[in-house]
Design a protein around this ligand. Structure first.
Ligand code: BGC
Length: 389
C-alpha cells in the first residue's frame, strides 16, 4: 500500500476508534483537548472538566533532537485525525517521567505510549499504568525488567547496527584498518541492540584482521567472541559510552585521539551511535592533524546530519522514518481502544518477558542516495538543505 494511503486509513481508523472509545466511556463526550477544525484551527470552546483522554504520550527529552522529530510527527498525524493527545517530556529524569505517567493516569488515559528515559527505571511507571488498567506501549526504547509492557513499537535496531558495520566494511580494504567504537547510553536498551548489530558484522572482520580496535580494551579482549552476552556488551558499552550526549561524545573522542599514536590515525573507521554524537565525534576527528580521512556512521537523519552528509563531513546515517513509527504506535493504540490487539511479527525479551512487536525497516543514507531517501521521499523539503547532489 502506498504510505500516504496507509496514513489516511490510519487517520480514519483512529477517528473511528476514538469516537467509539469516547462514546463508551463518556456517553459521547468530547476529548479533553480541543478537536481541530478542518481549517487546522483548534476550537476555543472550553472543555468540561474531568473528561478522559484516550491516549497519552511520554517522550524522554527535548535535548536529544530525535524526540523533537517524534513530537512533530505525532502532532502532524493526530492533527490530521482531528485530535490532540497530550505529549509530555520527561527531560531525562525518571522521576519526572513517573509523575508524567501518573498525571496521564489521573486524566483517564486508556493507552500509554511511552519512550523511557531509562529502560529499567521506567518499569515502576509502567507498573503504575498497568495497575490502573492502562495498556502500555513501549515506544522506540524497550522498558525493561517488568511484565507491565503490552507491546513494543520499534524499528529493527539490530539492523541499524548491522547497517553501520556493513557500511564500514564496504569502505575498508586490506588489513589493519583503524577502528574506533562509540555507543549510546547503557540505560537505553537500544544501545545494546545497536551494538549487537554492529558486532554481528564487524566481529568477523576484527577477528580476521581487517579492522583493529583502537579505543576499547574491553572490545579487544572480546574480539574472538562472535555472540556477546549482555554483560559482555555492557563492559564494552560502559567503556565507550557517549550517554547520547554531544559533549560526552566530543570529550571521549578527543581523549581517545590524545591517547592514540599517529599510526592509529591516518584513515579511520568510526562507529558513532547516532547523528548528534556522530557530528561531535566527526568534528573531533576532523580537527586532528594526524587523521587524513574518516568514515563515520550515524542514525536518525537529523537535518544537521543530512547537511553534514551533503557536505562530506558525516559518511552515512540510518533513516528511521519516524512517520512509520508514529503510525505504528497509533495503530497499536487504536487496536487497544477498540478492544483488539496489535499485530505481532516478532518479540523482544525485556529481561522478564517477551514483549510482542512488529519492527519497522530502516534505510542506509549516504551522499549517493541522500536526495532520493530524504527529499524525494517527502521526509524533508529540499529547501532545508544547501548543495544537495
Ligand atoms: C533512539 C535513537 C536516538 C537515541 C538518543 C535511541 O533510543 O533509538 O534514535 O538517537 O536514543 O536519543
Amino acid at each position: 500500500m502506498n504510505p500516504k494511503m496507509n496514513r489516511s486509513l490510519l487517520v480514519v481508523s483512529l477517528l473511528v476508534a476514538l469516537a467509539m472509545f469516547l462514546a463508551a466511556c463518556g456517553g459521547g463526550a468530547t476529548p479533553t483537548t480541543a478537536p481541530v477544525q478542518p481549517s487546522g484551527q483548534a476550537t476555543t470552546a472550553p472543555q468540561p472538566a474531568g473528561e478522559k483522554l484516550g491516549v497519552g504520550i511520554v517522550l524522554p527529552t527535548k535535548d536529544e533532537p530525535r524526540w523533537l522529530q517524534d513530537e512533530a510527527r505525532f502532532k502532524e498525524a493526530l492533527t490530521k485525525a482531528g485530535y490532540e493527545v497530550e505529549i509530555l517530556f520527561s527531560q531525562g529524569d525518571s522521576g519526572k517521567e513517573k509523575a508524567n505517567v501518573e498525571s496521564l493516569i489521573t486524566k483517564g488515559v486508556k493507552v500509554l505510549i511511552i519512550c523511557p528515559q531509562d529502560g529499567t527505571a521506567a518499569a515502576a511507571a509502567a507498573e503504575a499504568a498497568k495497575a490502573a488498567g492502562v495498556k502500555v506501549i513501549s515506544y522506540d526504547r524497550l522498558i525493561r525488567d517488568t511484565e507491565a509492557v503490552d507491546y513494543y513499537v520499534t524499528f529493527d535496531s539490530v539492523a541499524v547496527g548491522e547497517a553501520w558495520g556493513q557500511y564500514l566494511i564496504d569502505n575498508a580494504s586490506g588489513t589493519g584498518n583503524n577502528l574506533y567504537l562509540y555507543a549510546g547510553a547503557p540505560s537505553d536498551n537500544n544501545a545494546f541492540l545497536f551494538f549487537e548489530g554492529a558486532w554481528n558484522k564487524l566481529q568477523p572482520k576484527i577477528a580476521d584482521g581487517t579492522f583493529v580496535i583502537k579505543n576499547s580494551s574491553e572490545a579487544v579482549a572480546l574480539k574472538d567472541t562472535a555472540k556477546l552476552s549482555r554483560d559482555e556488551m555492557a563492559k564494552i558499552i560502559n567503556q565507550v559510552t557517549t550517554e547520547w550526549k554531544f559533549d560526552t561524545a566530543k570529550n571521549l573522542a578527543e581523549a581517545n585521539l590524545t591517547a592514540a599514536a599517529a599510526a592509529d590515525k591516518g584513515t579511520v573507521f568510526i562507529v558513532a551511535p547516532n547523528d548528534g554524537t556522530a557530528r561531535a565525534i566527526a568534528d573531533a576527528f576532523a580537527a586532528d592533524k594526524d587523521v587524513t580521512q574518516y568514515f563515520v556512521t550515524g542514525q536518525d537523519a537529523e537535518k544537521a546530519s543530512v547537511q553534514y552528509i551533503i557536505d562530506g563531513k558525516q559518511s552515512m546515517t540510518v533513516l528511521k522514518d519516524v512517520r512509520t513509527l508514529v503510525d505504528d504506535a497509533i495503530t497499536a493504540a487504536v487496536a487497544y481502544l477498540s478492544g483488539g490487539t496489535p499485530e505481532k511479527t516478532n518479540s523482544y525479551n525485556n529481561g522478564k518477558v517477551d514483549v510482542p512487536a512488529k519492527p519497522s525497516a530502516i534505510v542506509t543514507v549516504t551522499k549517493d542516495n541522500v536526495k532520493a531517501a530524504i527529499v524525494d521521499s517527502g521526509y524533508y523539503p529540499a529547501a532545508d538543505f544547501t548543495g544537495l547532489p
